[in-house]
Design a binder for this molecule. Structure first.
Ligand code: GLN
Length: 298
């Protein structure tokens, strides 16, 4: 923000004024949620809650806080996601550490977690596998809400697994989540127990479409976690290729997808002839988002 010379009342860099200035600056630079971004960045800078900004609207910022804000706002104006700037993001009412090694948890993905909780709730001590855990948000939210579940969470990225491991500790579920590094099924030792459920939010963006996504995503989030191959379905095929080898009979397969992919994925599941009827669940925005099916009993 520009330096000021004279200091009449309205020129003081108060919380209110910084929020107004930042909101209009980020709006000009293409943010979809400039006011929210401004509030989160300022609360982070001042080590306070967003609500505390409103109860201290007329506080003047220290020079150090103004400098921190200036740097954060410059980075946000270049489309760096707020979650990476502040180092965390809420998902399923839990706070997760995030950095550029992991995809930022999306509200859309809460649909997958809700569906799996609903279907596994009756089981005692279910064994779950999550393929492509990233920040660990899905596995950890499931561990919190299925208190007897034992979870294996796989990722190909060791740096993502470091983040996931810290998140598991932060939420006190590290004893019930085993993290394995490797490429999908290849991460599992041959003698590993089979699972009651296999859950995944795999990379599902078509390779050619990644550059067309919002700059926040295309320029800053890990393509490894987004790129689903030429038709976006590569990982679903690879998951289905071995799913019933690792699922117990009657075990659940639950995957997130984009709305357009629900039908092709349903066809892929049906073509294996290894599952019962496919169910597709919509997210809160009404888009087809989660595909589930139960492995045949024989
Ligand atoms: N839903 C994410 C997006 O549209 C993609 C997540 C994924 O590929 N698994 O940015």
């Amino acid at each position: 923000m520009p330096e000021t010379t004279a200091s009449p009342q309205e020129d003081r860099w108060t919380v209110r004024r910084i929020l107004e200035w930042t909101t209009s600056h980020l709006k000009k630079h293409g943010s979809d949620s400039p006011r929210l971004d401004a509030e989160i960045l300022l609360a982070h800078t001042r080590h306070c809650s967003r609500i505390a900004l409103y109860t201290n609207f007329d506080d003047e910022l220290t020079d150090a806080h103004r400098q921190t804000m200036r740097e954060l706002v410059q980075r946000r104006a270049k489309a760096e996601p707020v979650a990476y700037l502040v180092g965390h993001r809420e998902f399923f009412s839990l706070d997760f550490e995030v950095n550029r090694e992991v995809l930022i948890p999306r509200p859309d993905t809460e649909t997958l977690v809700l569906k799996v909780i609903e279907l596994l709730k009756p089981l005692s001590g279910p064994k779950l596998l999550e393929l492509g855990t990233g920040s660990g948000c899905i596995a950890i939210a499931l561990a919190k809400h299925l208190p007897t579940a034992v979870i294996t969470a796989v990722d190909i990225s060791s740096t993502a697994l470091e983040v996931a491991g810290r998140n598991a500790k932060r939420h006190g579920v590290e004893q019930r989540i085993e993290f394995l590094e490797g490429d999908l099924w290849a991460a599992l030792p041959a003698d590993h127990d089979k699972f009651d459920a296999v859950v995944s939010n795999p990379p599902y963006i078509c390779s050619d479409e990644i550059q067309t996504l919002d700059a926040d995503v295309a320029k800053h989030e890990p393509h490894l976690a987004l790129d689903g191959g030429s038709d976006g379905l590569t990982f679903y095929r690879r998951i289905l290729a071995d799913a019933t080898k690792w699922l117990k009979p009657g075990g659940l397969l639950a995957v997130e997808c984009s709305g357009e992919q629900a039908e092709p994925i349903q066809l892929l599941v049906e073509s294996t002839k290894q599952f019962g009827p496919v169910q597709v669940t919509k997210d809160a925005a009404g888009k087809l988002r989660v595909v589930t099916a139960v492995a045949n009993l024989f």
